[in-house]
Every structure is written in C-alpha cells, then in structure tokens.
Design a protein around this ligand. Structure first.
Ligand code: SF4
Ligand code: SF4
Length: 416
C-alpha cells in the first residue's frame, strides 16, 4: 500500500474539489459566547442564546462525516464556555475527522489541558492579542486576561499539544509584534501573523477602526518574508533559517507538527517564489532552489489569489470543498460570509451543501466587477467575504484598501 503524507492527502482532495466539488472541510462555530470582548471581534454577540444543543451538534457532525468531510475546525466565541465541548470533540474524533481547535486559551485550566492532550487534536490555534498585559487587555477589554492567556498557553505547551499561535495584529498592538514573535519563539511554537480584520457579520464596521493601514500591513508582510535576527535566536542556538521556517505568513499553511527538530513549512507568495526561482521545501521549511516533492500544492497554498482571479466570483474554496456552520445551525459559505443561512435544524446537510455548490457554480460577476480583469490579483488579498461584508454584494468594484496593499507588494517585488 502506498503511503501519503497528511498534507498531500488534504491538499490533494482540496484541489480536486475545485474542479468537482466535494465536501472536505467544515468550520463549526460552537457558540458566540465568549469571556473576552475584543475590539475587532466579528461575531454579532458575545452571549450564548438559544444555540444548538449537544444532540443537534452531534447529528450535524454525523451528516458532515456522511458527506465525506475530512477535517473540522471548532471555533466560537470561545468554545470552552460550553459545558459539552469535549462530548462534541470526542464525537468528531470517533467519526475519524481531523480536528483543529481555535481558542483564546484564557479558559484552559489544568483539567481542560489534560483532556485536550488526551484528545490529541491535529492542532490547537491560539490567538495572541499582545505581548504585555496593557496591550493585550486593550484588545480584549478584560482585566487579568493576559495572565490567564499565558497560563492556559503554557499548560498546553507543557503537555506537548500541537499549538499554532495566531498573532492577531491590529492598530493597537502592532507595535508589539516583535515581542509577540518572541513569545512564540521562547516556547518553541510555530506562529502565523494575521492582519485581516473584517466588519462584524451583522454589518457593523466598528472592527475596521482597528485594521492596519495598507502601509502597516505591507510592512508586516515584508518583515514576515525577511525576519530580522533576534537576540534570543543566538541565545537559543537557533539559526535564522530555522526561525524563518517557523513563521507562517498569513494565508500560509500550518506544518503538521511543532515537535522540536521538525520545522515548519515556509509559505511564500507564489510570485515571489517565481522571482527567486525557488520553491518551499515542505519538509524543513527552508527555501530551496529547484524541484520540490509538493511544488504544485505548496504554490497553490502559499498565498491564494483573490476571488476574481480566474474570471469567476468565487476563486476560493467556499462551496467547492468548504462550509461553515453557525451556533444556531445555519450552513454558510464561510465564517465571515453569513450566507445563505441554510437551516440545518429543518433540512439535511446534503441538501444544504447542494444549495451552496449551486450558488457558487452559478455566480456570475456583474459589469461593475473589476477583480476579474485586474493585473494585481496575484498580490491582492480581497476575498468575496470582504466584498460581501462591506455591501452585501460579492462582486463589488475595486476596494481601495486592498488595492493599495496589493500595489505596495507588487512594487516591492518589482524592485527586488
Ligand atoms: S476571543 Fe475571539 S470570539 Fe472572543 S471576543 Fe475575542 S475575537 Fe471575539
Ligand atoms: S486591486 Fe482591486 S480590482 Fe484588483 S484584485 Fe484587488 S480589489 Fe480586485
């Protein structure tokens, strides 16, 4: 029997789904309840009201598995505000699904950490909002949350749970990005920097006040491609290349393990790789010239072009391989596109999935749409969700924030 790696398996089925849609991956929001009050949060509420009961969630998981779903990401809100979270996680595991768990870590007690270690999920994504109490709590608006975050994180690290840190960069914490990287490095953790901030799904644009300007987002992008040497690198005896390999730029793909000695995949924009004549070495996270075992998959995942790239409204995986489920049982295109709200408490997942597939396959851009004839698509991170959240349309004309960022990236790459 031939063996294939986990990455090859997931990338393979995901890429196939672009041509012939089939369900591969679901994001399941277990609750909107959260113990934090982040300034940039896109959830419509922080209260858990009339959300799906345990049996209803388990039934949806059964249906997802039946449709072939391979991988499930569980998120909130903060999913540990639910009392039945482990019943749900264990059920998904019994169904043979690959689990990713997204948490702010502030509710991870020793008991929860023990149970997570026993569950052995593929990955736990932990959001980081700052490297000092003052900055972190400016984002979360909850006094004492920074210390609880650090304690929760360290409980996971002590138990060797596979953690990926998501460094959430906003106007109010971007000045601490180096210290946030240090926080990851000092624990030998992989990390990813995220600069995308979306309007709330109820249409409020309040979170955008905390979004980095195109100039700031460009600096972060540029720095993530060229990490600056750090004093702690030398102290830890780690090479720059090794450190570089553990930094996964936004839009990149998490490596399978943070086991010491196994470094992360290096994901870089496809355009830049082409200019360098290089491909990411998927085993060691280092740039190598010439061939790579997974060149196609790596390039495709490195930085996906915006929707509109190939003339269609949806270039992304929504309605081709991915779905999202809300805490009230609505099936949507993704977490940030609260549409079409197919009601899984009344209809089957099979029918809901078909509705999504038909919606995406039949979507045609209107005359005002510009992304399908834009030379910057390779560098632009605008997705259908950004357009939809801003105006309720998938095919808006060019969005200036994304254009300016794309222009800065393109100009930087031209001058190298
Ligand atoms: S931790 Fe996440 S869900 Fe909770 S308030 Fe912050 S951004 Fe929102
Ligand atoms: S720069 Fe504007 S038109 Fe071009 S891909 Fe981005 S949002 Fe679309």
């Amino acid at each position: 029997m031939n063996e294939i790696s986990f990455e090859r398996l997931v990338f393979g089925v995901d890429d196939e789904a672009r041509a012939a849609p089939h369900l591969v991956q679901a994001m399941v929001e277990l609750t909107y309840g959260c113990n934090l009050r982040c300034v940039h949060c896109y959830n419509p509420t922080h209260d858990a009201q009339d959300e799906l009961r345990t049996e209803a969630v388990l039934r949806i998981l059964d249906e997802l598995a039946h449709e072939g779903c391979l991988r499930v990401g569980f998120t909130g809100g903060e999913l540990f505000v639910r009392r039945d979270t482990f019943d749900i996680l264990r059920h998904a595991k019994r169904l043979g699904m690959i689990l990713t768990i997204l948490t702010n870590a502030t509710m991870i007690t020793s008991k929860i950490a023990d149970r997570l270690a026993a569950l052995d999920p593929h990955q736990v994504d932990v959001s980081v909002y700052g490297a000092s109490a003052e900055t972190y709590e400016t984002v979360t608006r909850v006094p004492g949350s920074f210390l609880r975050f650090l304690s929760g994180l360290d409980r996971l690290v002590e138990r060797h749970v596979r953690v990926l840190l998501k460094l959430v960069l906003l106007t109010v914490n971007v000045h601490e990005r180096r210290q946030m990287q240090e926080l990851a490095m000092s624990r030998n953790l992989r990390y990813q920097m995220a600069t995308d901030v979306h309007p709330r799904v109820d249409g409020s644009i309040e979170p955008l006040a905390y979004r980095l300007s195109p100039a700031q987002a460009f600096e972060v992008w540029r720095e993530s491609a060229e990490p600056i040497p750090s004093a702690s690198l030398t102290a830890r005896g780690e090479s720059l290349a090794a450190f570089d390999g553990r930094c996964i730029p936004a839009g990149g793909v998490a490596p399978p393990s943070n086991t010491p000695g196994i470094l992360g995949r290096r994901a870089l924009p496809a355009g830049r790789l082409a200019r360098l004549g290089a491909t990411p070495d998927v085993h060691h996270g280092l740039l190598t010239s010439g061939g790579s075992q997974m060149r196609g998959a790596s390039r495709a995942k490195a930085e996906e072009p915006s929707c509109g790239f190939d003339g269609r409204v949806f270039h992304c995986r929504c309605g081709k391989s991915n779905v999202a489920v809300t805490p009230h049982g609505r099936l949507n295109l993704c977490l940030s596109v609260y549409h079409p709200r197919y009601d899984l408490t009344r209809g089957s997942l099979k029918d809901g999935w078909k509705q999504l597939v038909d919606l995406v396959a039949s979507a045609r851009p209107g005359p005002a749409y510009e992304c399908n004839r834009c030379s910057l698509t390779e560098h632009c991170s605008r997705g259908v969700g950004d357009s939809w959240l801003a105006t309720g349309q998938f095919d808006n004309p060019c969005m200036p924030h994304y254009r300016e960022l794309a222009e800065r990236k393109a100009s930087f790459l031209r001058e190298r």
